[in-house]
Design a protein around this ligand. Sequence first.
Ligand code: FE2
Ligand code: FE2
Length: 191
Amino acid sequence: MNTVSFSAMADGTEADYRLLDELQQTHVDGLPDRILSALQGLTNSLDGYKIDRLQHSLQAATRAEADGMDIEWIVAALIHDIGDDLAPLNHSQLAAALIRPYVRAEVTWVVDMHGLFQMVYYAEFLGEDPNGHDAYKDHPFYESCVRFCQRWDQSSFDPDYPMQSLEHFAPMVREVFSRPAFDPKIIGELP
Ligand SMILES: [Fe+2]
Ligand SMILES: [Fe+2]
């Protein structure tokens, strides 16, 4: 296998960095496969619910699709808890960072904020503030995030709900995560 000539980056040549740039592109091309295996890995995450984290994710995406939402919302619902294992205390931000280069700003914002907005359903039982999301009441994406949590997230813990398989959503994951990254025509601008 082709490798670089250097042991410290400061000693690298143009040929070294052109080689790495090429390999980086191949690595980026493999992102959809890595997203799909990370989703598959959610079967072992977080005890206590009636269904596992992959089933919760599939159910959320199935509900978004059943509501007639577009591919960005469906994929967002599918990956919104993908950070549960590696970032248990800020999982929303991890998922938002993953999807940010590929979807419009509204979808990224909602994924980023869903953990805070979701607190309305349980925080009072733990002596925490259930209304932290009130701070964003005037934000243009506030209602979108309320809807995300209400329609697709908090409701998706039902073992009897007929959810679609990961294979069903795989082509959508491939489409979204193969888009040109950070394309202003796709992501737009945060208000
Ligand atoms: Fe979450
Ligand atoms: Fe969730």
